[in-house]
Design a protein around this ligand. Structure first.
Ligand code: 6PG
Length: 230
């Protein structure tokens, strides 16, 4: 299935429309909406708008995971979880047990292993070989990284585990990240990108000319969307 490329003049609204449509379909078909949140700055206004416009969403049927996390405590300004709490999680009635937080405050390898096990537990309940997200939101950095799959880092080569710790030399920091097998198991992956600085990379990726980590996101049996804000 070729990627869907949407050039949007209403980036936040269009992103929320994609999220809500995916939620309605998943809940109608399977009784649950399993969605992964991306980190960074871009998604913050999207999550806020989602929270404000999803009054009728049955939040007890929503399960939230995180595509990656910085290895910091959950109250650290760097935490992707903290950003999601402030913009979405603290403002909607989602049961705490439905939010799968990556424990950035413990040893990275331990945090990755426990998260991998938690996803595997849910996958086995669904009879899935690995956890299958209904919608997996991703961002992309100016170096073409996505989640915490940075150029030249070890996690790019992982083909078995779903979640690993990954040392990022350019940041001199550890991250916990989804791997390609988990990303590509999703029913729908949506990149949310805004700003001119990323356009050259997106153009290369869409032309099949780049060699960036984001290019490795190719859902095996799912849809890939690039939502590009102006
Ligand atoms: C993170 C993200 C990362 C992010 C990109 C884009 O933890 O930083 O998961 O992959 O999506 O770096 O970040 P911006 O949206 O801030 O440009």
């Amino acid at each position: 299935m070729p990627p869907e490329v949407i050039h949007s003049a209403s980036f936040v609204e269009d992103a929320v429309s994609i999220i809500l449509a995916s939620a309605r379909q998943a809940i109608a078909e399977r009784g649950i909406f399993r969605v992964s949140l991306s980190g960074g700055r871009t998604p913050a206004p999207i999550y806020s708008r989602w929270a404000a416009s999803a009054g009728d969403l049955p939040w007890d049927r929503v399960q939230i995971t995180f595509g990656d996390e910085r290895c910091v405590p959950p109250d650290d300004e760097q935490s992707n979880y903290l950003m999601a709490r402030r913009t979405l999680l603290d403002t909607v009635p989602i049961p705490e047990g439905n939010v799968f937080r990556i424990r950035g405050e413990i040893a990275p390898a331990d945090a990755a292993a426990e998260y991998d096990a938690r996803l595997a537990q849910v996958a086995s309940r669904f009879g899935e070989p690995r956890y299958q997200h209904d919608l997996l939101l991703l961002g992309m950095g100016p170096d073409g990284h996505t989640a915490s799959l940075f150029p030249g880092t070890e996690a790019l080569a992982e083909q078995t585990r779903n979640v690993v710790s990954n040392f990022v030399p350019k940041l001199n920091a550890w991250r916990v990240t989804f791997t390609y097998p988990l990303l590509n198991a999703a029913r729908h992956v949506c990149f949310l990108l805004e700003g001119p600085d990323k356009k050259p990379i997106v153009d290369q990726i869409l032309a099949g000319q780049g060699n960036y980590p984001s290019e490795g996101v190719k859902p095996t049996d799912g849809q890939l969307t690039w939502l590009l804000g102006t």
